[in-house]
Design a protein around this ligand. Structure first.
Ligand SMILES: [Zn+2]
Length: 63
């Protein structure tokens, strides 16, 4: 589905970083370095981006 806008645990806004995170990781950058660079420091917030899969385009036709 779509990336959650806020971290489930602490409420920090993480959704705004998704597009940049995805592009940079696809371009071969280390996810750890990208998250540090984006200022996503807490592990509760980092897991929101690291564990996310973009499924919205696959699921959308069935709704
Ligand atoms: Zn968090």
């Amino acid at each position: 589905m779509m990336v959650p806008v806020r971290c489930f645990t602490c409420g920090k806004v993480v959704g705004e970083h998704w597009e940049e995170y995805k592009t940079r990781v696809e371009d071969g950058e280390d996810p750890e370095a990208v998250l540090d660079d984006l200022g996503v420091e807490r592990h509760c917030c980092r897991r929101m981006l690291v564990s996310h899969r973009d499924l919205v385009d696959i699921v959308a036709p069935y709704q």
